[in-house]
Structure formats: structure tokens, C-alpha cells
Design a binder for this molecule. Structure first.
Ligand code: B1M
Length: 233
């Protein structure tokens, strides 16, 4: 480490430099520094949403590229993920702090065979912040986990996340089972995750593919409103 880096005082950096530094720190898995920087930006009046999207999510995208290209390996990516989670833990209560009325209930989880949960956690946080009640099933969920929770919770929405091309087809297994059991129309089914796209969402019979957490919130609001209107008509 150079002297310059050792002497770096995060609170003395400009906003732009601090965001760049956060991307470096995320890359290096430096959780304490990420937590400090998130707090600095909050003190400077940044919204939790901007901190999340402009520093943490963008930083993680860089990690993703270098992981793909074989520059970073699983242990390093796990450290980066840990640092990201440290920042998210501070932002979560702030994003959720809302007087919004409950808009509906969502069961969300990452599909069987898949342990990626950062994107799913982000969606859960943003949905909760927007006024939805969330039951987060975590990772590696079987169709029984999803369907059992939907029924037990009397949920409106099923959200499934997959980050691997090998696990995304499992979403179809869940949807097909709902159809076989005559329950498909009881729920709005939203899917997301980096390898998915709109076409895939349609092909497996989901109500919508959501590119990111903000789209998930908007789509859920729209489809819930449509469902309520249809019930009242
Ligand atoms: Co993994 N991994 N990984 N990984 N990992 C990817 C997904 C990969 C694309 C990396 C790469 O090669 N470039 C690649 C998949 C390739 C493929 O399938 N085509 C990959 C691989 C191969 C693997 C392993 C197989 C590696 C190995 O062991 N050799 C292994 C698989 C383990 C398993 O799941 N069985 C593995 C393991 C891991 C770690 C454990 C090290 C770690 C996960 C830690 C964790 O999640 N707790 C990890 C990570 C961090 C990644 C990358 C780098 C980052 C994922 C992430 O968190 N992104 C990822 C590369 C990438 O995606 N660029 C990669 C940030 C997050 C905010 O974005 O998850 O896309 P994302 O979520 C977005 C949207 O997609 C959307 O909204 C979110 C927020 O805006 N969204 C939804 C997501 N879910 C949604 C659900 C919804 C709606 C929207 O429901 C309504």
C-alpha cells in the first residue's frame, strides 16, 4: 500500500472522488470503509437510493465484469459481496422508513441451486420501502418452498430471482406447477436476475420480467392496481 493510500481520509474526499473510492473499496472487499463512506454520503445529504445505485450497484457491476473475465475469483467476490451487504445493512432501514400504506404482500426468493442473493435482497428492500409487505425466503428455494409460503401468507405476488443460466429454467418449473395446481391466476409472478430478459419472462409464463429493483417496484404497483381494479369491476 502506498503512503498516499494509507493516509486517505474518506471524509476529506469530494463526492465524486468518494464514490470512485467506494468502487475501489467494494472491489477490495473493504467492508469497514464501505460502511464509513455510506455514512459520510448520508451525512452529506445523499438519498439512500442514490448511494445504493450510484456507488454500490455500479461498483458491483465492475466486480462482475472482472469475475467473468477471470481477474477476480470466488473468495474475492465473496469479500466484495460482504462489503456490499455492510453498506446495504445501513441503507435498508432508511429505504424502508415510509408511511406508505401496505400495497400487497410479496414472497420472494432465489431459486433452487442458486445462492446469489444480493440482487434479490435489493429488490426486497426496495419493495418494502415502496410499501409492500415482504416474506424473503432467502436462497436455494424449491417449488414447495415458494408455493407453501404463497399459501401460508396469502400473498399477492411471487418474486423469483436467478443469476445462473443453469438455475433460471427452474422458474418455469414453479410456474408450471402453479398452473397444474390451478393456482397460477391467484398470484402475480415477477422474475428477475442478470441472465434473464423479457423474452424469457414471457416464454416461462411470468407476468413480467423486471430488469432491476426499481422496475420491480413499478411493475408490482401497476399489476397490483390492475388486479384490484379487475376485482372491483
Ligand atoms: Co456468481 N456468477 N457464481 N457469485 N456472481 C455471476 C452471476 C456470473 C454472471 C459471473 C460471471 O461469470 N460474469 C456467473 C454466471 C454465469 C452464467 O450462469 N451465465 C456466476 C457464476 C458462474 C458463479 C459460480 C458458478 C462460480 C463458481 O463457483 N465457479 C458460483 C455459483 C454458486 C451457486 O449459486 N450455486 C457463483 C458464486 C458467487 C459468489 C458466492 C462468489 C457471489 C454471490 C454472493 C451473494 O450473492 N451473496 C457471486 C457474485 C457476487 C456474482 C456477481 C459478480 C455479482 C452478482 C450481484 O450480486 N450483482 C455476478 C456477475 C454479474 O451479475 N454481473 C455473478 C449485483 C446485483 C445488485 O445485481 O443480482 O443482477 P443482480 O440483481 C439486479 C437485477 O438482476 C434485478 O434487480 C437487481 C437489483 O437491481 N433482479 C431482480 C435480481 N433478482 C430479481 C428478482 C426480481 C426482480 C428483479 O423478482 C421480482
Amino acid at each position: 500500500m502506498s503512503d498516499e493510500e494509507e493516509d486517505l481520509i474518506l471524509s476529506e474526499l469530494s463526492d465524486d472522488d468518494l464514490v470512485l473510492q467506494m468502487m475501489d473499496d467494494l472491489y477490495d472487499g473493504m467492508k469497514e470503509e464501505i460502511i464509513e463512506s455510506v455514512n459520510i454520503l448520508l451525512e452529506r445529504g445523499w438519498t439512500p437510493y442514490d448511494i445504493l445505485t450510484k456507488s454500490l450497484v455500479e461498483g458491483m457491476a465492475i466486480v462482475g465484469i472482472d469475475f467473468r473475465d477471470g481477474i477476480l475469483f470466488v473468495p474475492e467476490v465473496l469479500l466484495a459481496a460482504g462489503a456490499m451487504k455492510g453498506g446495504m445493512a445501513i441503507l435498508k432501514p432508511l429505504l424502508i422508513e415510509t408511511g406508505a400504506p401496505r400495497l400487497g404482500k410479496m414472497v420472494i426468493g432465489t431459486v433452487k441451486g442458486d445462492i446469489h442473493d444480493i440482487g434479490k435482497n435489493l429488490v426486497a428492500m426496495m419493495m418494502e420501502g415502496a410499501g409492500f409487505e415482504i416474506l424473503d425466503l432467502g436462497i436455494n428455494n424449491s417449488l414447495e418452498d415458494y408455493i407453501g409460503a404463497l399459501e401460508a401468507e396469502n400473498a399477492d405476488i411471487l418474486g423469483m430471482s436467478a443469476l445462473l443460466t443453469t438455475t433460471m429454467p427452474y422458474m418455469k418449473v414453479v410456474i408450471d406447477t402453479l398452473k397444474e395446481q390451478g393456482k397460477r391466476d391467484d398470484y402475480i409472478v415477477l422474475v428477475g436476475g442478470a441472465p434473464l430478459n423479457e423474452e424469457f419472462g414471457k416464454a416461462i409464463g411470468a407476468d413480467a420480467y423486471c430488469r432491476d429493483a426499481a422496475v420491480a417496484v413499478e411493475t408490482a404497483k401497476e399489476l397490483i392496481a390492475r388486479k384490484h381494479n379487475a376485482r372491483e369491476a
